[in-house]
Write a protein that binds this ligand. Structure first.
Ligand code: GUN
Length: 283
């Protein structure tokens, strides 16, 4: 039987620790940490994500103003809002929820965010610092996966890690974090030949493909640690991951469920990154 890596429980522990830290730091700094959230348009999934993020912030005592802009907002208006948050001394972190409407060039907006307030870690300066190996703001989901591994005492050093997916949000930073932790890392993607041959080498397998239930036991080595970053809804509206949990769990040594695995860790890490930016600005 695999150990179930309970991200929901661990995230609650982390958030309690963060709340306590903020309670101590805010009187010294004269203000709580601040996270400005920009949301453009009316995508229901994005609204739901932002609501979860803001509720978590409020609970922890983080000031979290939300800038809700209509779908037809211009690039210039979004830029002006980013500038305002960049200049606002009460704001330590800025999150522009993705995806943006197609007429707003994402890269222009992300480049405009002050790298010291870039709690998503998407700015090229922060991506570069991660590549170099400097301590910096790193995307929340892969950072949350590393926290999950370390808090469960799962060793990474010298292990063979296979990352499925090469996005800027998960796959690439995940591979770099595992590399920084001394794993031997392979990145696989939609054009990888003989995928299951690659994935069966993994001691640690991270699935971030966005292909519901694709990873069955045929892709997994006995005793592997399996991390499922995928979140999709099946035809019954139920949340499912990239990993076919029922097929993989019996042969894995540890596995994350969906929901309740990586997802809650992402939000806890957003708070952690906001706290990190706040402490740096108030040191
Ligand atoms: N949309 C989906 N995931 C993310 C994320 O991690 N950050 C932001 N800003 N938008 C997202």
């Amino acid at each position: 039987m695999a150990t179930i890596l309970n991200g929901k429980e661990l995230a609650a522990t982390l958030r309690a620790e963060q709340t306590e830290e903020i309670r101590k730091l805010a009187p010294l700094a004269g203000r709580p940490p601040g996270l400005g959230v920009i949301l453009v348009g009316d995508d229901p999934a994005s609204h739901a994500y932002v609501k979860n993020k803001r509720n978590a912030c409020k609970e922890a005592g983080i000031h979290a103003p939300e800038i809700n802009l209509p779908h037809d907002t211009t690039r210039e208006t979004v830029m002006e809002w980013v500038d305002k948050l960049n200049a606002d001394p009460r704001i330590d972190g800025i999150l522009v929820q993705l995806p943006l409407p197609p007429h707003i060039p994402k890269d222009d907006i992300l480049l405009r965010i002050d790298p010291e307030k870039d709690v998503d870690g998407f700015h090229p300066i922060n991506v570069g610092r991660l590549v170099i190996g400097e301590d910096t703001l790193v995307p929340c989901t892969p950072t949350g996966v590393m926290t999950l591994l370390s808090r469960y005492g799962i060793p990474v050093k010298g292990k063979k890690a296979v990352v499925l997916g090469r996005s800027l949000i998960v796959g690439k930073p995940m591979a770099l974090l595992l590399l920084a932790a001394d794993a031997t890392v392979t990145i696989c993607h939609s054009k990888t030949a003989n995928l299951s041959e690659e994935t069966r080498q993994a001691d640690i397998l991270v699935a971030a493909l966005g292909k519901p239930l694709m990873i069955t036991k045929d892709f997994v080595k006995k005793g592997a640690v399996v991390i499922d970053v995928g979140i999709s809804r099946n035809d019954k509206g139920k949340l499912v991951g990239d990993v076919d949990f029922d097929s993989v769990e019996p042969i894995a040594s540890a596995i994350t469920p969906v929901p309740g695995g990586v997802g809650p860790m992402t939000i806890a890490t957003l708070l952690e990154n906001t706290l990190k930016a706040y402490k740096k600005r108030n040191h």
